[in-house]
Design a protein around this ligand. Structure first.
Ligand code: NAG
Ligand code: NAG
Ligand code: NAG
Ligand code: NAG
Ligand code: NAG
Ligand code: NAG
Ligand code: NAG
Ligand code: NAG
Ligand code: NAG
Length: 298
């Protein structure tokens, strides 16, 4: 399948860069109460446990907790609204996209990243967990009964397009970001295949009109996988302490940084608010900008 490409051609690797210290403290709302969020852009994060405060629990953490480190608090304020266990479908049904849209003001950014809880099928209704999207890339719908209510379930791209449209209409810009990898080293040698949701996110970006409509794609899955390839099996395994999905704080910070590299390697103007220069990000820890052909998911 083809998909419009929004990436510039390969950026040059600028040479050796020292590995930065990890950010030790995860960001909590306590840090944020005094932030002048009404004066500076807010970056809202919509996603699941791989991104959420507290991650998947048991000492894991979501990458969204470390994104603020790349934005000076006087420049942009990160609101991590990701919530464990959610899919594009349940985030919609529970009003979480609406809660973000209610707060969005012109100049804000909404970053949407789902996929870990979106797989499967809402059929049969007796085993519907309320999370699986309707399979498909288009306007297919699935009628099911969840929590004793009839629910018309949409496809993943439909949920993303719907959520994006609402925030775009309020003057925000949107980034559709591909899901983080499951431990790409779990089975021995490094192996990463982007999931279908990677493709769906880039497809939804295209269907919304792409950059000219204020919608950008970040191949976060590929960038995070690249960092995990460079980190080696031992460090990566250690940092998936609970299962193959949820990261320990150190790796969550690396995954946040890999998002920032993907952002800086693309064309979204949010990159201009990042405090770090691209040349400082490319290197032994995160790798380099990926060429557009490598970031096309399918
Ligand atoms: C993140 O920070 C909060 C508040 O400081 C703390 O309660 C939580 O345990 C931290 N998470 C991890 C994984 O350390
Ligand atoms: C579109 O999004 C709004 C706000 O999140 C929600 O109330 C509505 O149900 C969504 N529509 C569909 C078809 O999912
Ligand atoms: C972050 O956004 C949520 C809506 O998703 C809102 O309820 C919450 O108050 C916001 N937090 C801050 C610190 O602005
Ligand atoms: C769904 O999409 C197809 C093909 O793009 C179109 O022909 C059809 O009218 C659409 N159906 C609905 C209900 O929007
Ligand atoms: C659904 O209905 C059944 C039978 O009335 C009831 O036992 C059950 O608690 C209901 N479930 C929910 C989630 O409301
Ligand atoms: C990993 O790759 C090496 C060298 O290609 C090979 O010998 C080894 O069997 C592989 N291990 C696994 C678990 O696939
Ligand atoms: C994670 O913590 C919960 C309690 O919060 C516990 O029931 C569960 O067994 C733990 N899982 C793992 C894999 O450690
Ligand atoms: C940018 O620099 C800050 C301060 O050194 C650091 O905490 C943050 O992790 C850096 N961001 C990336 C993407 O490396
Ligand atoms: C992408 O293009 C580069 C340069 O043309 C090539 O070396 C590389 O193999 C391509 N990657 C993929 C995944 O096709």
């Amino acid at each position: 399948m083809k998909s419009t490409i929004f990436f510039p051609s390969v950026a040059l690797f600028t040479g050796a860069v020292s590995t930065p210290q990890s950010n030790t403290k995860n960001w909590t709302h306590d840090n944020c109460h005094s932030s002048p969020a009404h004066l500076i852009p807010t970056i809202f994060l919509a996603g699941d446990s791989t991104e959420a405060p507290g991650g998947g629990h048991n000492g894991t953490e979501g990458w969204g907790q470390y994104l603020q480190y790349s934005f000076d608090l006087s420049t942009a304020f990160v609101n991590n609204s990701a919530f464990a266990g959610r899919s594009a479908r349940s985030f919609t049904r529970e009003g979480r996209f609406q809660a973000i849209a209610d707060l969005v003001k012109p100049g804000d950014w909404v970053i949407i990243e789902f996929g870990h809880n979106d797989g499967g099928s809402p059929y049969p209704a007796s085993s519907d967990t309320g999370r699986a999207d309707c399979p498909g890339a288009g306007n297919e719908t699935c009628s099911t009964v969840y929590a004793n209510k009839t629910e018309i379930v949409q496809t993943y791209p439909t949920y993303l397009i719907n959520a994006s449209t609402i925030s775009l209409s309020k003057g925000a810009k949107v980034i559709l970001s591909s899901p983080t990898p499951s431990n790409p080293r779990g089975k021995g040698n490094y192996s990463y295949t982007p999931s279908i949701f990677n493709y769906y996110s880039s497809l939804a970006t295209t269907e919304l009109g792409g950059p000219k409509s204020g919608v950008y794609f970040v191949a976060h899955g590929q960038y995070a996988a690249q960092a995990m390839r460079l980190l080696g099996k031992e460090v990566v395994d250690e940092n998936y302490p609970m299962d193959h999905t949820h990261t320990a704080p150190y790796l969550a910070d690396v995954v946040a940084r890999s998002f920032v590299l993907g952002l800086k390697c693309g064309t979204a103007p949010l990159a201009g608010l990042v405090m770090n220069a691209t040349s400082r990000l490319e290197g032994e820890l995160l790798g380099t900008c990926l060429s557009a052909n490598e970031t096309v998911p399918i």
